[in-house]
Design a protein around this ligand. Structure first.
Ligand code: PMP
Length: 427
């Protein structure tokens, strides 16, 4: 039995079946550094996928901060400690002044779970609206928002799904302002339905970049009407920043800032601790205190001294290495490179994204925009064979997902682009 086969068998025996893995030939990674990953045979891969090691795999400043704090103190969160205060002060300073308090968690799922309850504490209602191709996490309550996996306990009657915005195939074929009106109309319809139900309308939860939905290119002000409709109905807007947060989309620290909206509640995760598990909810003090009063929430690990040291180091590196600007510059360079490939390869139907989150939607024919989901899987596997790791996602599962660690350089982009060119030429 090969080493890979033996590991797969052991994994299934110990961790159970149906644990998802990337690539038909799974990669056995043993080390990471910057934008590079190394497998057990010493082969190097360019990481164009991972947003968790946000400032680069094993960034020495994050490693040092974790090591220093872990060798000084780590404990639960029921003692006074400056680490969490210094971090929340620094974090909230990057938001609109109305978002000035936070609860720290260990995962994005927990953060969204809290956000839903916070919305309930504020509005007294439980009805929630999400898009039909989203993912907001794995707890019993947030899994009910996601259509991608069977939700725990089925969809509650309190959840309404609206069609995810798709700039390549917009609702009714409309674009520009009409597209934004069409999306807001769907949300208004869902609000009206919830208001007639026993649940009432509590919140709209969206990723302002719609990352899992395939990161559509949306017109400026796309969400303005939707946000106004939510507020008019007495609901709150929850922005899930697990994917677009911490400068990923380039030029802005937060996806909602890029979208030009100010949410009532923001949730954070993945990139926050560069791989150390930390997430959070940022909100105004009224909402946060309403939640604490209603639910008496406690989290043993969320915001412990080591997590806060890791997260603080991430903010330091983002700032000192100017990674938000890098995301904008290298992202634009890479996207332009993929756009050039579009002229050469008919399979590329659309190129979109922002900052260091971009990709191409692959289609069988441009006229009908027929999704090329199987070929997208082949492209991802062929890229892996050539040492470049990326993924795919979107409504039709045919958009390449390129979302590398933030120190990704133009040189890295050139390697990714020439490899993609080769792979597409070989289809
Ligand atoms: N929200 C979004 C938008 C996500 O993509 C994810 C994870 N992929 C989550 C929430 C859940 O985060 P976690 O896995 O840390 O619980």
């Amino acid at each position: 039995m090969s080493n890979t086969a033996a590991l797969l068998a052991r994994r299934e025996r110990l961790l159970g079946k149906n644990m998802s893995l990337f690539y038909s030939d799974p990669v056995h990674i043993i080390r990471g550094e910057g934008v590079w990953l190394f497998d057990a045979d010493g082969r190097r891969y360019l990481d164009c996928y991972n947003n968790v090691p946000h400032v680069g795999h094993c960034h020495p400043r994050v490693v040092e901060a974790i090591t220093r704090q872990a060798s000084t103190l780590n404990t639960h969160t029921r003692y006074l400690h400056e680490g969490i205060l210094d971090y929340v002060e620094r974090l909230t300073a990057t938001f609109d002044p109305s978002l000035d308090t936070a609860i720290l968690t260990c995962t994005g799922s927990e953060a969204n779970d809290i956000a839903l309850r916070m919305a309930q504490a504020v509005t007294g209602k439980t009805g929630v609206i999400a898009t039909d191709h989203t993912y907001h996490g794995n707890t019993a309550s947030v899994s009910q928002l996601s259509t991608r996996m069977p939700p725990v306990g089925g969809f509650g009657g309190h959840v309404r799904h609206v069609p995810a915005p798709d700039s390549y195939r917009p609702l009714g074929g409309v674009s520009g302002e009409a597209f934004s009106i069409a999306f807001a109309a769907e949300v208004e319809k869902a609000i009206a339905e919830l208001q007639k139900s026993p649940f009432g309308f509590s919140a709209l939860i969206i990723d302002p970049f719609f990352a899992n939905e395939g990161f559509p290119d949306l017109p400026e002000g796309f969400l303005d009407r939707t946000v106004a409709a939510v507020r008019k109905a007495g609901g709150v807007v929850i922005a899930d920043e697990v994917q677009p947060g911490f400068g990923r989309t380039g030029g802005h620290m937060w996806g909602h800032q890029k979208a030009g909206i100010t949410p009532d509640i923001v949730t954070l995760g993945k990139p926050m601790g560069n791989g150390h598990p930390i997430g959070g909810v940022v909100a105004g003090s009224d909402a946060l205190n309403a939640f604490r009063k209603a639910f008496r929430y406690f989290n043993t690990f969320g915001g412990n001294p080591v997590s806060c040291a890791a997260a603080m180091a991430v903010l330091d590196v983002i700032e000192d290495e100017k990674l938000v600007d890098n995301a904008r510059e290298v992202g634009a360079y890479s996207k332009a490179g993929i756009d050039r490939l579009r002229h050469k390869h008919a399979i590329i139907g659309d190129v979109r994204g922002s900052g260091l989150f971009f990709g191409a939607e692959l289609v069988l024919d441009r006229g009908n925009k027929t999704p090329a989901a199987e070929l997208a899987t082949k492209v991802i596997n062929d890229m892996r064979e050539r040492g470049v790791l990326m993924g795919k996602l979107g409504i039709h599962q045919c958009a390449t997902k390129i979302r590398p660690p933030m120190p990704f350089s133009k040189e890295n982009a050139d390697l990714m682009l020439s490899t993609l060119d080769d792979v597409l030429s070989g289809l």
